[in-house]
Design a protein around this ligand. Structure first.
Ligand code: AMP
Length: 531
């Protein structure tokens, strides 16, 4: 292993201090500027009593301040935990309670969200609050505050590494089926292992211009950030008002002369549905990568036809195995539009298995569960040995002696290429977000107007991938309207988890075992959509 993340970043700072590292709107920061501010913040965090290994929550939109916060934590050996500013206080409070950050870094934009989160009963107050945007934050009693604006006197020197490659580096919280988000612990070795394969594989060059589209609590962003900064590339933050506007998005890609685009497939679908991409609009672009869910083949064909000469790569993998575990370069514009794109072969340092329930390999061509091992494998879930043991069982012969059971179904073809065949449980992807339907049901169960409810997902022809549908039975004497239920749910869940279709039933349909008949509910919503 060739140095830690901060050491690789520093090597780029030394090699090209005045090269552009970070671009956000009109702001352009050089490598030297990013390093100076990062180090200043890292020293300030230490000066405020934070020790290597302490957790630091980061409640910021994707801005240069948020990127600095992440880099400063890495520099100071602190474990950063991105907190999704699109989540309501109740959900953020569960995450803060679970990971007990010693400090939270935030800013004026999210001051109210932060105050409401910390006011949720039982939420531990951090010892330190740092504001990375101008205005001060109101702090609970006993919490110290500092402002990054006022850090001029603090040292800008680099620090000696305080933690090793196998210590936790960050925790990413994903949807949990019981209603409590799961914290996936990731180490520097997990990230470095992926970079060691991906950087040479994709041929990153200093001066390349990379997009940064996915939110910071989603691990694809880890690749954008550290792939760019450890290779001397420019990182271009996709402006928030652009992310959901197909025309502006493509204009942004053109104006920034991006050489690499990486996002979830819903963005590709979106651009296609508005026919926003014209041939030759993006002459600088060399690589297009996607990960996180199935990219429909017609969408891929649309993009490839308009961008000849660009390399298109499907990356597959869950957060628990760090960024991506398999890759597939699409050799030519697909002609058979009903045939899904394979997810390919294991990335360097990773191992991929297709196994049965007893963790024995299934014959080639047979569908089994995709299990992963190798350098990207997370040590497990934060403070949850039971879930960790269930999801990461031992497997003799696997690198590290354990695998992660993804819950994804897959099939190896005769050439050893892996194909994705759906899920074996109630986890879905909608607009790229990983969602456990159980987390939505757990929130619905707290609404007093409902007797019972069930959530199913149906595939959507639109850009979002899956549409979330809620079937419910009102409590006697109640007649809640979907709009009111949605509003109540908004207090508990981020907007991407809110059901968009609702149906009231006198009683939910049951199968012979007395369980809610989910296939029938799916049929109901599909038929309703058809009408
Ligand atoms: P996340 O942890 O948010 O990255 O979500 C991981 C899950 O997303 C995987 O277990 C798959 O179900 C799905 N996924 C990731 N990449 C792909 C892909 N290229 N094709 C299909 N599904 C994918």
């Amino acid at each position: 292993m060739n140095g830690l993340l901060q050491e690789r970043f520093r090597a780029q700072v030394r090699a090209r201090p005045s090269a552009i590292a970070l671009v956000s709107g009109a702001e352009r920061w050089t490598y030297a500027e990013v390093a100076e501010r990062t180090n200043r913040l890292a020293h300030a965090l230490r000066a405020h009593g934070l020790h290597p290994g302490d957790r630091v929550g980061i409640l910021l939109s994707k801005t240069p301040a948020a990127i600095l916060a992440i880099l400063a934590c890495v520099e100071a050996g602190l474990v950063y935990v991105p907190l999704d500013p699109a989540s309501p206080p109740a959900r953020l409070a569960r995450i803060v309670t679970a990971c007990e950050p010693r400090a939270i870094l935030s800013g004026a934009t999210h001051a109210r969200l932060l105050a409401e989160t910390l006011a949720v009963p039982g939420t531990p107050a951090p010892a330190v609050l740092g504001t990375l945007e101008s205005a001060a934050l109101s702090a609970p009693a006993g919490t110290r505050t500092f402002a990054a604006d006022a850090l001029d006197a603090v040292s800008t020197a680099a620090m000696a590494p305080a933690v090793g490659p196998d210590d936790p580096a960050h925790i990413l919280f994903t949807s949990g089926s019981t209603g409590i988000p799961k914290g996936v612990i990731l180490t520097q070795r997990n990230v470095l292992g992926f970079l060691d394969w991906a950087v040479p594989h994709f041929g990153f060059q200093a001066g390349d211009r990379h997009s940064s589209h996915p939110p910071l609590h989603f691990d694809l962003s880890t690749f954008d950030l550290f792939g760019a900064f450890t290779s001397g590339c420019e990182l271009h933050l996709v402006p928030a008002d652009t992310a959901l506007h197909a025309g502006r998005l493509v204009e942004f890609m053109a104006r920034s002369a991006l050489t690499q685009w990486f996002s979830v497939p819903s963005v590709f679908n979106y651009v296609m549905s508005f026919d926003a991409l014209r041939p030759d609009m993006l002459p600088a672009l060399r690589r297009v990568l996607w990960c996180g869910e199935v990219l429909p083949t017609p969408t891929l064909a649309y993009w490839m036809e308009r961008l000849p000469g660009v390399r298109f790569t499907n990356l597959y993998g869950p957060t628990e195995a760090t960024i991506a575990s398999t890759w597939y370069d699409v050799p030519a514009v697909p002609r058979e539009l009903h045939v899904p794109v394979p997810i390919g072969r294991a990335c360097g340092g990773e191992a991929v298995y297709v196994l049965d329930e007893a963790l024995a390999p299934v014959p080639s061509g047979t569908i089994g569960e995709i299990c992963l091992a190798g350098v990207g494998l997370s040590p497990g879930y934060w403070r949850d040995p039971e879930k960790t043991a269930a999801a990461f069982p031992a497997l003799a012969g696997a690198p590290g002696g354990r695998v992660y059971r993804t819950g994804d179904l897959g099939r190896l073809d005769a050439d050893g290429i892996l194909h994705y065949c759906g899920r074996r449980d109630a986890q879905i992807k909608s607009r790229g977000y990983r969602i456990e339907l159980g987390e939505i049901e757990a929130a619905l169960a707290t609404l007093p107007a409902l007797q019972e409810s069930a959530v199913v997902a149906v595939e959507s022809p639109g850009f979002e991938g899956h549409v979330i549908c809620c079937a419910y039975t009102p409590r006697a004497g109640e007649a809640p309207m979907p709009a009111a239920l949605r509003k109540e749910l908004q207090r508990l869940l981020p907007s991407y988890m809110l059901p968009s279709r609702w149906a009231s039933f006198p009683a939910l349909p049951r199968n012979q075992n007395g369980k809610v008949d989910r296939p029938r509910l799916r049929q109901h919503f599909l038929a309703e959509a058809g009408r």
